[in-house]
Design a protein around this ligand. Structure first.
Ligand code: DGL
Length: 279
């Protein structure tokens, strides 16, 4: 085994931002793929759901949160929210000196190589659908026809801790029927919460439709960016995972633990004035 010299900036944490706790699906994928990385997660639960807000508000809130994370000296920023990625991606790339990874472009890249017939679906929030960010992501792929379906009730089910049962199944059948009529062969799970509904979505669509998780693809893209920049911590080390929310830390921890397990612990209240945020 040989060890090459390590960039000292590799010791810094990765900053992960989401509108609330759904971005924990991205945090889970980041920790699974990069167990030696420290992370600081900020969820803006007090102002979520972003998916129902006008894009201008999503943009304002997201940049505010990303500014706070950037000020913590993170080595990369991960925008783990589809609605926020839709609203700020271009600005964020120019605004910060560290690499910025979003959830939309990595999922679009994976989809472009996964689709067999070019009929692609994306399910997402209203904010993401209205932004047409996924349409923009496929402009260089004229062979792809994108069919967009907003599924606002899915977030409510996940936040209520419900990932199965007849009510959810009926809602999923309603949302997915137009995409089945369009004969999609690939479906992008274009919202942080939807990987938690993979079971019901693949039950409705069957094996012939390939599901692309924006969370998994985002984590792979983060790994690739850090590797290319020699910023990946090679390990081994005891990594530190810190979770902040602008909302209620107990609720965040309860929902987070229920849906993605033991990764979420000791959730802290975010306030720019909170001394814990500074250490
Ligand atoms: N994180 C949001 C997204 O991925 C879903 C939740 C919300 O609407 O805030 O679009």
């Amino acid at each position: 085994m040989t060890f090459s010299s390590r960039n000292p900036n590799a010791d810094a944490p990765i900053g992960i931002f989401d509108s609330g706790f759904g971005g924990l699906t991205v945090a889970r994928a980041v920790v699974d793929q990069m167990p030696n990385e420290d992370i600081i997660y900020l969820g803006d639960s007090a102002r979520a759901p972003y998916g129902e807000l006008p894009l201008a508000s999503v943009r304002e809130y997201a940049l505010e949160c990303l500014d706070y994370l950037a000020a913590q000296g993170v080595k990369a920023l991960v925008i783990a929210c589809n609605s926020a990625s839709s609203a700020v991606l271009r600005d964020a790339r120019e605004r910060y000196s560290v690499p910025v990874v979003d959830v939309i472009l990595p999922a679009a890249r994976r989809t472009a190589s996964a689709t067999r017939g070019g009929q692609v679906g994306v399910i997402c929030t209203e904010a993401t659908a209205n932004s047409r960010a996924y349409d923009d992501a496929f402009v260089a792929n004229p062979q792809i026809t994108l069919h967009t379906q907003a599924c606002p009730e899915f977030v409510e089910y996940v936040e209520a801790g419900i990932t199965g049962g007849p009510d959810l199944l009926a809602v999923a059948q309603d949302y997915l029927a137009p995409l089945q009529d369009d004969n999609i062969d690939t479906l992008i799970l274009g919202c942080t919460h939807y990987p938690l509904l993979t079971g019901v979505i693949s039950y409705v669509l069957g094996d012939t439709v390939t599901l692309v998780s924006s969370a998994d693809e985002c984590a792979k893209a983060t790994y690739a960016r850090l590797t290319r920049l020699n910023l990946l911590h090679p390990g081994p080390r005891e990594s530190r995972h810190r979770f902040f929310t602008t909302g209620n830390p107990e609720r965040f921890e309860r929902l987070g633990r229920r849906l993605i397990g033991g990764l979420v612990a000791d959730v802290e209240q975010f306030s720019a004035l909170n001394p814990a945020w500074k250490d």
